[in-house]
Design a protein around this ligand. Structure first.
Ligand code: SF4
Length: 309
């Protein structure tokens, strides 16, 4: 049984505007899966859906999310036994994700108290090797600091330590390196690869940057305008990107010039058919009747100019 199974999960605004077309993926311990797409493509909404914390005004319109055999729907009581314990989340913005009124020690002890019934002292004692591994200080002066007293890199590592505090099987990382400078970013990526290799951690790494996500994953899924464009093994997508949008992402990662212009349109302004039409150098009349790909993780894509799934 796969640890995490997303089966044709879709999202819409409560007024009916579609935000995420049916999407399917699976993730197991030790897997390194990447989800790449620009801001507004639906990546972060999917993460919120995975953890059952959709923002107001957004609702699930179909499909299922199951983690370790437990439904992650809002109405499922059992999901609390999974979230933070077997599947944890490293949110996008440490500044917002950390509670400004809690010290580092309280952030670290939070999940162990809920899921393991551990006292703060017991949890901190158990987590010392993890903090050292994450190259975080372990002294009282650090543990007594509030988030605003930490560097950006320390805040990100504190969030990661919190996510790892109950030794989860899966991690979902939402743009985890955006707030980090290049040196700290490279260090964070090396650390994740180490944790995956040594602890068998599986992760879903979400980013707008194909260059970042490609170097830490073995499978990739490319999202645009709430639709899956292309998916497959990372090395194939890098070697032979078939979809025009994947090609564009690769150009951007290599900092090559592009003739494509424009931005991802909001959900109300998107054309019928393929959402990439306004920016696509290969657009053709049949693209207006393009049908969403159901987006399973097998090697494939959906594009009128290349071939269908
Ligand atoms: S060729 Fe058509 S279907 Fe393919 S990416 Fe361009 S607009 Fe979309």
């Amino acid at each position: 049984m796969m640890s995490l199974v997303v089966d044709r999960f879709s999202l819409a605004r409560t007024d009916g505007v579609e935000l995420l077309a049916p999407l399917s993926l699976s993730l197991d311990s030790g897997d390194r899966l990447g989800l790449v797409g620009e801001s507004g493509s639906g990546k972060s909404l999917l993460v919120q859906g995975l953890f059952g914390v959709l923002p107001q005004g957004v609702r699930s319109t179909g499909g299922t999310i199951t983690a370790f055999g437990v439904s992650m729907e809002r109405t499922s009581k059992s999901r609390d036994s999974i979230r933070g314990r077997r599947m944890a989340w490293v949110p996008q913005d440490p500044q917002q994700a950390l509670n400004p009124f809690l010290k580092a020690r309280d952030h670290l002890a939070l999940l162990p108290r809920i899921h393991r019934g551990e006292s703060t002292a017991t949890a901190l004692h158990r987590l010392m090797p993890l903090l050292e591994r994450l190259r975080l200080p372990t002294d009282q002066a650090f543990l007594n600091k509030y988030p605003h007293e930490l560097s950006g890199g320390q805040r990100q590592r504190l969030l990661l330590a919190q996510a790892l505090s109950c030794d989860p099987d899966l991690l979902v990382l939402d743009e985890p390196t955006t707030a980090l400078d290049p040196t700290v970013q490279a260090d964070f990526m090396a650390l994740m690869l180490e944790l995956q290799a040594n602890r068998g951690l599986g992760y879903l790494w979400i980013s707008h940057d194909l260059g970042v996500v490609a170097s830490v994953t073995t499978r990739l899924m490319v999202l645009y305008g709430g639709e899956v464009m292309e998916a497959g093994p990372t090395d194939r997508l890098l070697r032979e990107p078939r979809h025009p949008y994947t090609q564009r992402l690769l150009q951007a990662a290599k900092k090559e010039p592009s003739h494509e212009s424009g931005f991802l349109l909001g959900p109300l302004e998107r054309p019928a058919g393929c959402p990439f039409q306004p920016r696509c150098p290969k657009v053709q009349p049949s693209c207006a009747s393009w049908k969403p790909w159901q987006g399973r993780m097998e090697d494939g894509l959906r594009c009128e100019a290349v071939f269908h799934d």
